[in-house]
Ligand binder design. Structure first.
Ligand code: PEP
Ligand code: MN
Length: 249
């Protein structure tokens, strides 16, 4: 899953979508509704952003994962999203989790920055017990004392979760490190410990990004990462999924 932190413009999303699909991504990510630390920061394009994502999906065939912030938005966002993302800030927003339990789309549940494994699994149970069995767990880094990385990417949580649940587990080395130079090694590490997928932020011009530009890979760097991953796949005992081809009429 690859794409920008935020949907910023039609051109930005289209350029990224074409770039990541050519590199081998099988889902497009991008936030239309953004949970920002400051209320003064860019909050996302909202419904216009969703329209840009639909357009990118129509042009590339990439299914879309995008964040939902509020239970009242679930219907709106699920009309565009193939998978709904619950961000780390909302992991324990129980009204949101319950609402997603009634939805027929998969949910990407990101671990809260200070959430224990029990708390993450408890949050997943809110969705599962409300009737939606399609939950994907995402490790995206936890708080640590060390400012040399944005968060501390907890790779041990992958086999730890695997011993407790059959739910798929994906890893987000972009937020987990906040550093483009650490994304490739941690992506390979995630594969080695059994992750089912990766969530990676990619921007055509990271220096111009309206959110998380410091950690975004360029399209070229993402393509190089995918080339490297392809070489490690046989050793990991896993396989890379291919983008489903649209059914012929
Ligand atoms: C994101 O995926 O852009 C995001 C906001 O992630 P997180 O909720 O993990 O901070
Ligand atoms: Mn981000």
């Amino acid at each position: 899953m690859a794409g920008p932190c935020s949907v910023e413009s039609e051109d930005q999303v289209l350029e990224t979508a074409h770039g990541v699909v050519a590199a081998g991504a099988t889902m497009l990510r991008g936030g239309a509704f953004k949970p920002r630390t400051s209320p003064d920061a860019f909050q996302g394009l909202g419904e216009i952003g969703l329209a840009h994502l639909r357009n990118a999906k129509a042009q590339t065939g990439l299914p879309v994962v995008t964040e939902v912030l509020d239970p009242r938005q679930v219907e709106l966002v699920s009309a565009t999203a193939d998978m709904l993302q619950v961000g780390s800030r909302n992991m324990q927003n129980t009204p949101l989790l319950r609402e997603l339990g009634g939805c027929d789309k998969p949910v990407l549940l990101k671990r809260g920055a200070s959430a224990t494994v029990d708390e993450l699994l408890g949050a997943a149970d809110y969705i599962l017990e409300a009737g939606n069995s399609q939950v994907v767990l995402c490790e995206r880094g936890i708080r640590s004392f060390d400012p040399s990385t944005r968060y501390l990417l907890d790779l041990a949580v992958v086999p730890n979760l695997r011993s407790r649940t059959g739910l798929p587990v994906v890893v987000d080395p972009s937020h987990g490190t906040g550093r483009p130079d650490l994304i490739l090694p941690m992506a390979l590490g995630a594969l080695a410990v059994g992750a089912d997928g990766l969530l990676i932020e990619v921007h055509p011009a990271p220096e111009l990004a309206l959110s998380d530009g410091h950690q975004a890979l360029t399209i070229g760097a993402f393509s190089a990462l995918m080339d490297e991953i392809r070489q490690w796949i046989p050793a990991s005992g896993r396989y890379l999924s291919l983008l489903a081809q649209p059914a012929a009429d």
